[in-house]
Ligand binder design. Structure first.
Ligand code: SR1
Ligand code: MG
Length: 389
């Protein structure tokens, strides 16, 4: 039948055709939220059953047909979920099926959970589990899909099947170059124009970003989520226990592990900037440390299971130190692009006065990029934040 773009009124029949729904009529609503795709929720009349349908469009959803984009990104997302399901099934939604012809995933309805960014913007704290689960998630996925967790031959096959040029190019552009040049995608609050110009003129900053960009383009350490910001995490409580689910891995590819950690860190640091501006900060400033510690401890826990013991314990220390430094640099680029690049963050844009917090965040981003090699632990990052306050 070929690829057809689903509308709300098509979803019930679509689910029935695919064997996911019975004869009763679900209530269907579109709940698209991210920049790229459409998401529908189908709920039974009595509210006891629900499914989500996520479909990739042949363009970037928020831009429309003027920014074409292959829907094959949904293949990357389905492949990533398959890999995570092997090592961290408790940290992703249940996937009920992938329809490669229509680039559509049918998955668990998570409407009882909330997007982490949303709850943070509403004034909630992270709580004790969220960042620890994210750190574990990155460790479990990255260890399993690295040369420590897979044979060399299996890794080469994974790299080949995970190539995702269009989505990588988005990141190479919107995160790792456009904010530092004149580009039509870039925009900023008028009172940040001086800093945007200063960043474009900063040769040292540009060279450091070029270095990180090249790491992003060439380092195939492990399968990444690829877009691990706080809008890619759902949180809530089920049966009295905290639940954390990572979703939307459509930017997944085999790349530098620090990109996943760095994106998460950047978004926690921006959430801290918002909470500081509103005087509501609680545990926000601790999330980088908590996620790093959970990542490191899970990675070290898995280390004795590595398939290639030529990589010795001393190499692990070196590997983790380099990873920490790269993560900080990527965190810096993510903060910067979210303020003077294409896709901004509601954490800052919905502040009564976004300017002071955005200025501090931009300066923090630049410090993380430029000084990443001399910041040796979470305490050093905290000191930079305090110095900018
Ligand atoms: C055109 S896409 C812009 C951003 O949205 C996605 O969520 C990624 O973060 C990407 O960089
Ligand atoms: Mg997304």
């Amino acid at each position: 039948m070929g690829y057809r773009i689903l509308e709300t009124e098509d979803v019930a029949d679509y689910l029935r055709e695919r064997g996911h729904w019975g004869t009763d009529e679900p209530e269907v609503r579109e709940v698209s939220d991210g920049n790229m795709n459409r998401v529908f929720l189908a709920t039974s009349a009595d509210g006891t059953r629900g499914l989500a349908v996520k479909q990739a469009l042949p363009w970037v959803r928020v831009a429309g047909p003027s920014w074409p984009m292959s829907p094959e990104r949904a293949d990357a997302e389905a492949r990533a979920y398959e890999q995570v399901a092997k090592v961290a099934p408790d940290k992703i939604p249940a996937i009920h099926g992938y329809d490669a012809e229509n680039y559509a995933l049918v998955m668990e309805d998570m409407s009882d959970l909330e997007v982490l960014r949303t709850v943070l913007n509403e004034g909630a704290s992270y709580g004790p589990d969220t960042s620890a689960r994210i750190g574990e998630f990155v460790a479990q996925l990255s260890f399993a899909t690295s040369d420590f967790g897979m044979s060399s031959a299996d890794r080469k096959a994974l790299i080949a099947t995970s190539v995702s040029p269009e989505l990588c190019k988005i990141t190479e552009d919107v995160v790792l170059s456009e904010p530092y040049i004149e580009h039509e995608h870039n925009h900023w609050h008028p009172e940040l124009a001086d800093l945007a110009a200063e960043f474009r003129a900063d040769a040292r900053l540009r060279t450091e970003v070029a270095d990180l960009r090249h790491v992003f383009m060439t380092s195939g350490q492990a399968l990444l989520h690829g877009d691990l910001h706080t809008g890619s995490v759902m949180v809530g409580v089920r049966e009295g226990a905290p639940v954390v689910r990572v979703f939307d891995p459509e930017f997944s590819f085999v790349g530098p592990i620090g990109f996943d950690l760095g994106l998460y860190w950047a978004n926690t640091l921006v959430s801290q900037a918002r909470a500081d501006a509103l005087g509501t900060a609680t545990d926000h400033g601790d999330q980088l440390r908590l996620s790093w510690e959970a990542f490191e401890s899970e990675f070290r826990r898995l280390w004795p299971t590595r398939v290639d013991t030529f990589f010795d314990d001393a190499y692990l220390d070196r590997f983790l130190a380099r990873l920490w430094t790269e993560s900080l640099g990527f965190a810096g680029t993510e903060i910067i692009r979210r303020i003077i690049g294409f896709a901004h963050l509601t954490d800052l844009t919905t502040l009564p006065d976004p300017v002071p917090a955005s200025r501090r965040a931009l300066l923090l981003g630049r410090e993380l990029v430029i000084r990443r090699a001399e910041l040796t632990g979470p305490g050093d990052v905290r000191a930079v934040i305090e110095a900018l306050a």
